[in-house]
Design a protein around this ligand. Structure first.
Ligand SMILES: [Zn+2]
Length: 330
């Protein structure tokens, strides 16, 4: 994750190397862009605030450079800044954007450009939301939305270090984030949810491509990789934050969840107690919880608790796994 210190470093000592470079003359750009796109991206213009509907657009998808089509931002990182320009907290990759010190209009600012074709995009400021604290303030004209058929699913099955490690291994799963859902307060911290008083469950938000793995697959994998028959408990972890839960996004997901539970019940002696509840909000957990297993696989908890779970899971769902070397757990 980029922070302000990285932005300053890029702007003063040189930008990250892009995957490729696209170079065209202004005449060539003229023929490819509308006059407004040309004015903003090639002549470093600024569009009027609140001039684009893109500000209030938050559906899943990605945003690409209007000039060269390079992916720059993910809708996951988009937030309502109230400025009237589309705002993001992070670029899609660390080398997507180039940074230049800009001293125009008597201000010292950091200009952002497409690192592939040098299109002017806007500026970046250090007053964005946590944890990165950045606000990429973009001209909507410089971006184009790229539709995506990716979907999200939210499951709780005990400690999210374990469930995240499992789902990260699946083909068709593009991202897994650990967080909190189903509680009473906004933006809870780990310490707060651990008290059990906020009502949040430790959950993972799985981003997946339904052409490669279906919601039904994810449900079956979820219900067979934790113990769905122990109320508010997974092994030694006890408390409502460890409850077994499926948060659905629509009626179809609710039905699918109930059906999956009914089907898998025969595999368990005890009744399944998994809660099926509507998703209200997913709060991403603190950064040190993300990718916990990959970052801490030498630690005791990972070796004692997560490694055996992953072994069992890999055996059960061999044909659903991403291509990694046999027996490799990361
Ligand atoms: Zn570009």
């Amino acid at each position: 994750m980029l922070k302000w210190i990285d932005v300053i470093r890029f702007a003063s000592t040189g930008n990250p190397i892009p995957d490729k470079k696209v170079v065209k003359t202004n005449e060539e750009w003229h023929t490819l862009l509308t006059p407004e796109e040309f004015r903003i991206t090639r002549l470093k213009g600024t569009e009027r605030a609140h001039s684009s509907e893109m500000c209030s657009l938050f559906e899943p998808g990605k945003y690409a450079c209007v000039c060269c089509g390079t992916l720059l931002f993910d809708a996951n990182e988009k937030f309502e800044s109230g400025t009237g320009w589309p705002s993001f907290t992070q670029p899609v990759t660390e080398n997507a954007i180039a940074y230049h010190k800009d001293i125009s209009y008597g201000m010292v600012r950091v200009e952002t450009l497409c690192n592939t074709c040098d299109a002017h995009l806007g500026h970046v400021f250090p007053d964005g939301p946590g944890p990165g604290g950045l606000r990429y303030c973009m001209n909507a004209v410089a971006l184009k939305k790229v539709e995506s058929n990716e979907r999200k699913a939210t499951f709780g099955g005990g400690c999210f270090w374990c469930t995240e490690a499992v789902f990260n291994q699946l083909k068709g799963v593009t991202k897994v984030e650990s967080g909190y859902s189903g509680g009473k307060i906004a933006n809870p911290t780990y310490r707060e949810i651990c008290s059990g008083l906020t009502g949040h469950a430790e959950v993972i938000e799985v981003t997946y491509n339904p052409d490669e793995i279906t919601y039904d697959d994810l449900l079956r994998i979820h219900l067979s990789t934790h113990n769905p028959t122990t109320l508010n408990r997974q092994g030694a972890d006890v408390g409502t934050q460890y409850r077994s839960v499926i948060f659905y996004r629509d009626e179809a997901e609710k039905k699918a969840a109930e059906q999956a539970i009914a089907e898998i019940q025969s595999a368990y002696d005890e009744p399944i107690v998994t809660e099926v509840a509507p998703l209200e909000y997913f709060y991403k957990a603190e950064e040190y919880h993300q990718d916990y297993y990959s970052n801490n696989s030498e630690e005791g908890y990972c070796q004692v608790v997560i490694d055996p779970k992953l072994r069992k899971f890999r055996e059960l769902f061999k044909n659903k796994l991403k291509d990694t070397k046999e027996g490799e757990l990361k």
